[in-house]
Design a protein around this ligand. Structure first.
Ligand SMILES: Cc1cc2nc3c(=O)[nH]c(=O)nc-3n(C[C@H](O)[C@H](O)[C@H](O)COP(=O)(O)OP(=O)(O)OC[C@H]3O[C@@H](n4cnc5c(N)ncnc54)[C@H](O)[C@@H]3O)c2cc1C
Length: 471
């Protein structure tokens, strides 16, 4: 990008740009506005490896008031912008389109103290998820959401995408962690509802409107987040199971005897398990070869019978043939090694060529039928298609990764099959740019029209993340 030079003959768009830049530079501190060569390559990062344009300029506000200044100015000049958190999103929502500016929350990383009476913490939007987890842990609490990108993904991005992850079974999606929210609308209006009341039925719940809205309705600046009592006891187990049906039966039995103590139930089909073990160069946790592997975890608040019940349930599953082999972690080191293996699935997949990752959910009772239909349909497109499937089985959420050079045709088929089986084309990552063509497969015309009306009401000039979710 060319720096704005006072003596150069400006093009019409640069004239606009200059008026806007003058206004911004008059209202923001020096380090909050980047133009020209000062814009480094990180603002063009894209986890999917797709083209992201160079932004016209980058705004890095340091406070909610500065976010408001940025948005009010951009709105007056009808300057579209892409909102940036940690840029770990997997649907292209933060990808920059030619002509867009970037508004990055990277300078807003403050965390408040843990509020013991309400078990909440105040977090600024640019704080990394891991920082919240660590502060909560130091104060004797647990933050309920955990995802593989925890070190880079931000609270604002997590809220905008309604992030899920590995412990949704016990703690719910990110939506459930939001007790209060502060957001800035496109015209600079600040909406602040941070009291964190569990009961507040005074009209519409505006906070929840922004959760999962992918930065299209407003910019999240701060959130009051719920914390949970830290479990005193936790253990995980890795199992080889003979089929998907057996894995589902195992989940059912665990939940029957352990209820919400079951905090995770992750699935890996053989190709994913073998692949990640080889990728990490680690010893196999189990010798048994099986079509399906499960990593499950339990948590309890005090020393009680949870671990014994967990072990007994797994033993019974082995006796009844729902599991072929099992290993229960006996130390924190073993516990973490199993999680590292699961966390590394994403990196393993990224190391392969010709892969398309489809983050989908399918009702449990139709999952086997969906997988069968997928094999048949994708085999017809490319008989050499490889399937690397893993995910959060406890939530019906699969990372359905296919390896074929016929990527677009294959992805289209997958999403159509997902819709035919009553599922969602995006369980966790949102729609962004990448899944826009398929939104109508699982949302009705009336629903999409209502989303458009909301967008038009809150952002009439469509400056915020324009063209994401729908055109
Ligand atoms: C290795 C890996 C593992 C992952 N695992 C999971 C997982 O298990 N579960 C899961 O849900 N996701 C997962 N993700 C996806 C990603 O980490 C999440 O979507 C995350 O919530 C994005 O946060 P971010 O700060 O990186 O947001 P970004 O990527 O910067 O942005 C994502 C979207 O949110 C918008 N946005 C960002 N900040 C704000 C804000 N302050 N206000 C308004 N809009 C904003 C952006 O415009 C964009 O549309 C994973 C990604 C990777 C790379």
């Amino acid at each position: 990008m060319k720096p704005v030079q006072p003596n150069a003959t400006p093009s019409p768009s640069e004239v606009d740009n200059r008026g806007l830049l003058d206004r911004l530079s008059g209202a923001l501190p020096r380090n909050a506005l980047l133009v020209g060569d000062a814009i480094d390559a990180r603002y063009r990062e894209d986890r999917r490896g797709k083209y992201s344009a160079s932004p016209r300029f980058v705004m890095r506000p340091g406070s909610t008031a500065e976010v408001s200044v940025c948005l009010a100015a951009c709105n007056d000049f009808a300057q579209p912008l892409a909102v940036h958190g940690g840029r770990t999103g997997l649907s292209g929502g933060h990808r920059v389109v030619e002509g867009e500016a970037v508004l990055s929350l990277e300078r807003m990383t403050d965390l408040g103290e843990v509020h013991g009476d309400s078990a909440t913490i105040m977090a600024s939007a640019g704080a990394p998820l891991q920082a919240v987890q660590e502060v909560a842990e130091l104060a004797g609490y647990l933050f309920g959401v955990d995802i593989g990108s925890r070190g880079t993904a931000t609270i604002g991005g997590n809220i905008a995408t309604n992030a899920g992850g590995i412990r949704v079974l016990r703690y719910g999606m990110f939506r459930a962690q939001v007790a209060g929210l502060e957001t800035v609308l496109a015209d600079g209006t600040i909406l602040s509802s941070l009291r964190g009341l569990d009961k507040d039925n005074t009209g519409y719940d505006l906070n929840q409107l922004f959760v999962g809205s992918e930065g299209t309705l407003g910019v999240v600046t701060r959130a009051r987040l719920r914390l949970h009592p830290k479990p005193l006891v936790e253990a995980n187990a890795f199992l080889a199971v003979p089929s998907l049906e057996a894995a589902l039966e195992l989940l059912k039995r665990l939940r029957e005897v352990l209820g919400s103590s079951v905090s995770a139930f992750e699935l890996m089909f053989r190709e994913a398990f073998e692949g990640v073990v080889a990728f990490l160069g680690m010893a196999r946790p189990l010798d048994a070869k099986a079509p399906v592997y499960v990593l499950t975890e339990v948590q309890a608040l005090r020393e009680d019978a949870t671990l014994e019940t967990f072990a007994a349930c797994l033993m019974q599953a082995l006796e009844d043939g729902f599991a072929l082999d099992a290993v229960v972690s006996q130390s924190p080191r073993e516990f973490h090694a199993l999680w590292i293996m699961r966390d590394s699935c994403a990196d393993y997949v990224r190391s392969l060529d010709h892969v398309t990752g489809c983050d989908i959910s399918v009702p449990m009772h139709r999952m086997a039928a969906f997988l069968q239909a997928g094999q048949t349909a994708l085999g017809a497109i490319d008989p050499s298609t490889e399937f690397i499937v893993f995910g959060h089985l406890g939530d019906g959420n699969l990372h359905y990764v296919i390896r074929t050079p016929k990527r677009e045709e294959a992805a289209d088929k997958v999403y159509r099959l997902v819709a035919d089986h009553g599922g969602s084309i995006s369980a966790e990552h949102g729609i962004g740019f990448d899944k826009k063509p398929w939104l109508q497969l699982c949302r009705s015309k009336a629903e999409i029209a209502t989303m458009r009306r909301l967008k038009a009401a809150l952002d009439p000039k469509a400056i915020l993340n324009r063209g994401r979710i729908f055109d």
